[in-house]
Ligand binder design. Structure first.
Ligand SMILES: Nc1ncnc2c1ncn2[C@@H]1O[C@H](COP(=O)(O)OP(=O)(O)O)[C@@H](O)[C@H]1O
Ligand SMILES: [Mg+2]
Length: 393
């Protein structure tokens, strides 16, 4: 999930995670900007660098959350490739990792995208994907293409070996139909322009664009004829007639006499001014909607919640997404076609072709209890009775 800052990227990512978790599915919601936005939204304490369950959905569904810490991800990475367990910790004491992750933002992005893709590809002991979907509260539109494409650069720099393989495996996930990059916008000129630029950049980079999610949509309060009348800058005569008509209507509604200087008359001008503003806004919003439609992408709309977004509001937005068909939640339903070309190309396998993986005791402990399954995971996934395995990002 990307979008211009402040448009509701974190809120919409969390709503999407909740929507995707319905009907007993398991979703991971990830944040990479070190702001603890997810914890705030779900009204829980700050998230450690560890996956933990933060919300439930219908049918036993659950949302787990992870706030990726770039420095700890760096240690993971060093351990994975160089088994620098203790040496890595020594480096950290020296501040070397801090240095590497802040001075070279590219390194940071490699670590963050690598961790996200690892979660996407992770399988349990029986070979099932651990998560049905992984939702990333990604960097804003202005940075998203570079962020997602950073592994292409790395793969070019390291021509072969485990780092090259890892970078390529990440790019394969990010460019596959398993991934969908959704863009949050408001019906305002700047965010819509940013959305259009972002979509063009993503498309040029060959990255899979998903849906545009228009957030904080306000209702239209007038019918078309009234809107047209309220929008026009009327001449003095028409304005006079209109003021009289409105004063009469207010008076009929019991708001005092319609005569000059009465309560009703004093309400008229502010009300007409508000109607004018409203009508102008609706006209502008229609222009923005048309621009968005021109992108040829699926569009979803989320209402502006009057009281802000609390936990209840989050579930309401999730519900709304479900009613509109959750983006990324339907196309792979009932099958695992989206994962077809990537079967057997697990990130860790790519890094460790000989099967000598890193010490993943922590992850093993986190994985759910899975029965020993002698048959190949691919065969198990053909069955209709298995868990939904869209694995959408
Ligand atoms: N649909 C909505 N209705 C009302 N308030 C919203 C909605 N979506 C987001 N907000 C509010 O807008 C602010 C910015 O949202 P946030 O998700 O933090 O944006 P971002 O991650 O893009 O910076 C927050 O205060 C949030 O509660
Ligand atoms: Mg945010």
């Amino acid at each position: 999930m990307t979008g211009k800052g402040g448009t509701g990227k974190t809120t919409v990512a969390a709503s999407l995670a909740l929507a995707l978790a319905a009907e007993g599915r398991r979703v991971l919601l990830v944040e990479v900007e070190e702001r603890q936005g997810i914890a705030q939204l779900f009204e829980t304490e700050a998230l450690p660098y560890e996956e933990r369950r933060i919300a439930s959905a219908s049918g036993g569904g659950e949302v787990n959350a992870l706030a990726i810490d770039a420095e700890l991800a760096m240690l993971d990475y060093l351990e994975m490739f160089y088994k620098l367990g203790r040496a890595g910790r020594a480096l950290r004491k020296l501040g070397a990792i801090d240095f590497a992750t802040t001075v070279a933002p590219g390194i940071r992005d490699v670590l963050l995208t690598g961790k996200v893709c690892e979660a996407v590809r992770r399988k349990d002991k029986a070979g099932w994907p651990v998560y049905d979907a992984v939702v990333l509260d990604a960097p804003p539109t202005g940075r998203i293409t570079r962020f997602l494409n950073v592994n292409d650069e790395v793969a070019g720099l390291a021509r072969m070996g485990p780092i090259h393989n890892q970078a390529q495996a990440v790019m394969r996930v990010l460019k596959s139909p398993q991934t969908a990059i959704h863009l949050v916008t408001l019906l305002e000129e700047m965010p819509v322009q940013e959305t259009m630029d972002g979509v063009a950049e993503l498309r040029a980079a060959g990255l899979p664009v998903g849906a545009v999610i228009v957030n904080m949509v306000r209702p239209v309060l007038l019918g078309d004829a009234d809107l047209a009348r309220a929008a026009e800058d009327s001449g003095a005569v028409a304005a006079g007639k209109r003021r009289t008509a409105v004063a009469k209507a207010l008076s009929q509604a019991g708001l005092g006499g319609a005569r000059r200087g009465g309560v009703a008359e004093r309400l008229v001008d502010p009300l007409l001014a508000q109607a004018h503003e409203h009508a102008q806004r609706v006209v502008l919003e229609r222009e923005q909607r048309a621009a968005i439609a021109g992108l040829g992408l699926p569009v979803r709309e989320l209402e502006l919640l009057g009281d802000g977004v609390d936990l209840g509001g989050l579930y309401r937005l999730a519900d709304s997404l479900r009613k509109q068909a959750v983006p990324g939640g339907t196309q792979a339903a009932g099958g695992d076609a989206a994962q077809g070309p990537y079967d057997g190309e697990d990130l860790y396998e790519a890094a460790y072709p000989d099967g000598a993986g890193p010490d993943t005791a922590d992850e093993a402990a986190e994985a759910p209890e899975a029965p020993e399954a002698p048959e190949a995971p691919e065969a198990a996934q053909e069955g209709a009775a298995g868990p939904a395995a869209d694995g959408d990002l």
